[in-house]
Design a protein around this ligand. Structure first.
Ligand code: EPU
Length: 447
């Protein structure tokens, strides 16, 4: 049964909130746990539907996996026996492709579907596959059934330079290299803090991985990994979502779990926009509305740049800033699906393509995936008073943005497609309601 949110907006959000564990680490930690036949205990696991799906997928392979406390997961891959990931389940999840390496290591073959995830671009995995082949894995894609087929070959360390940044591509190569023969050097590797959290988990399992330069990772293959317990880092994307909820509702929120050194580019843009924040303690930050916001120019990019995941909430914030703001999205080629929905609230946003000298170099997506008619930048005119609306959610970060947009306006808004939000935010409605929001979760009437 599909559900919707009915939001009675216009209420100021105040109080304290704690960030959940990072989705983009937790899902990968489950893949990493399959590299050993010993037990892995994972703490600070977000209770989101993507995680539940990943649990279902690895259970279907024969892995014992269960919650032993709220937000704490026990994974024991002693009896991993199936090499094939179910197409329907795997195709819904970006991280399912990261199961290829652990399954291959354990069973000498792996059959894994072309991964899904939010539809924000073509999202191919050519950079992952190129690297895996260099390590000696025989992998081919069968477009007739949508599966990647990988065969056993002895994994050998290699030197691989990513042509462009890839977050899960870097993580996939790390998983392959930890138990490979010899040393692997990954150049132009992703620098996202979530990659480092996965590295920390693997090192506590006995791996030998070092980031020797910001974009160079050296992995010395080891014979075996062992069991451990590990606490997943807090979710940076939640921090940004809640901070912007504070501003657009004229509120005042204290967010705990904010590792400010990992939010640097966001905090710098907040300063540029005149948005108020202040440290409370090492891991707690206050975000509060005060005075007028200023327009900004923001270009998304791989870490330490301004994350693409923050682009939609930033656009919402800029509808409330004085003047004309620009956002140039350079990571995904099609991440503006929410704009037409946000415009239903009266936002003044137009799409355009900035002049770019060398698009092949600037954009993180493969330029060959750039389809005619796609735009890569937004012009936002503010400040604009927004009003309530009925909106459709098409992806995760966009969905959370439309929820907080609804919280910032008076009257009743209705949001369809909230399953996209549940994929990546633990109980978003309940947690926002505890801060003063009025969001009702209701079952959609079937037509
Ligand atoms: N790309 C390719 N070929 C590849 C790999 C990537 O063309 O082989 C392109 C992608 O299509 C994209 C760009 O390169 O245009 C960057 O892709 P990347 O591989 O870095 O992203 P991802 O691993 O697919 C992860 C997160 C995203 C987050 C990005 C950027 C997970 C499961 N997903 O995606 O998170 O936006 O990195 O940091 O870790 C989200 O949480 O809502 C989300 C979309």
């Amino acid at each position: 049964m599909h559900q919707k949110f009915v939001v009675n907006g216009g209420r100021r959000l105040t109080g304290k909130i704690t960030l959940s564990g990072a989705k983009n680490v937790a899902l990968k930690a489950l893949a990493a746990a399959l590299l050993t036949d010993e037990q892995i205990l994972l703490e600070n696991i977000p209770l989101i539907t993507d995680l539940k799906l990943m649990v279902k997928i690895i259970s279907s392979l024969g892995v014992e996996v269960s919650f032993y406390k709220k937000n704490q997961l026990k994974v024991h891959a002693q009896d991993l026996k199936k090499a094939k990931v179910d197409l329907d389940m795997g195709a819904h999840l970006r991280t399912s492709s990261m199961l290829l390496v652990p399954i291959l290591r354990r069973l000498q073959q792996a059959i894994v579907p072309n991964p899904g995830g939010c539809r924000i671009g073509a999202r191919p995995i050519d950079r992952h596959i190129e690297g895996l082949r260099l390590m000696g894995i025989d992998v081919s894609y069968n477009s007739a059934d949508g599966y990647f087929y990988a065969q056993n070959k002895k994994l050998v360390g290699c030197r691989y330079r990513f042509s462009k940044n890839t977050h899960t591509g870097t993580e996939t190569m790390i998983l392959a290299a930890v138990l490979a023969n010899g040393q692997t050097i990954l150049e132009n590797a992703a620098y996202e803090p979530e990659v480092d959290d996965l590295i920390r988990l693997l090192n506590t399992m006995g791996a030998n991985i070092h980031r020797v330069e910001p974009r160079t990772i050296v992995i010395n293959g080891v014979k075996k990994l062992h069991g451990t317990s590990y606490r997943i880092m807090p979710d940076r994307n939640e921090a940004v979502t809640f901070a912007i909820a504070a501003y657009v509702t004229g509120g005042d929120l204290i967010i705990s779990g904010t590792q400010r050194f990992l939010l640097k580019s966001f905090l710098e843009e907040l300063d540029g926009a005149n948005a108020c924040w202040e440290p409370v303690d090492e891991y707690t930050t206050r975000f509060y509305h005060q005075g007028k916001l200023k327009a900004t120019y923001v270009k998304t990019g791989p870490h330490p740049g301004f994350m693409t995941d923050w682009q939609a909430p930033w656009c919402l914030l800029m509808t409330q800033a004085e003047g004309e703001s620009i956002i140039h999205e350079t990571v995904f080629e099609d991440r503006f699906g929410y704009v037409s929905e946000l415009c239903k609230t009266g936002a003044n946003i137009s799409l355009f393509n900035p002049k770019v000298k060398n698009p092949e170099k600037l954009y993180n997506f493969n330029w060959s995936d750039n389809k005619k008619g796609l735009f890569h930048a937004l012009k936002i005119k503010g400040s604009t008073p927004l009003h309530n609306a009925v909106m459709n959610i098409t992806d995760l970060r966009a969905g959370a943005t439309l929820v907080i947009a609804s919280l910032g306006v008076k009257g009743e808004s209705i949001l369809h497609g909230i399953e996209h939000i549940d994929r990546g935010y633990e109980s978003l409605d309940t947690r926002l309601n505890a801060l003063g929001a009025d969001i009702k979760r209701m079952t959609e009437k079937s037509s």
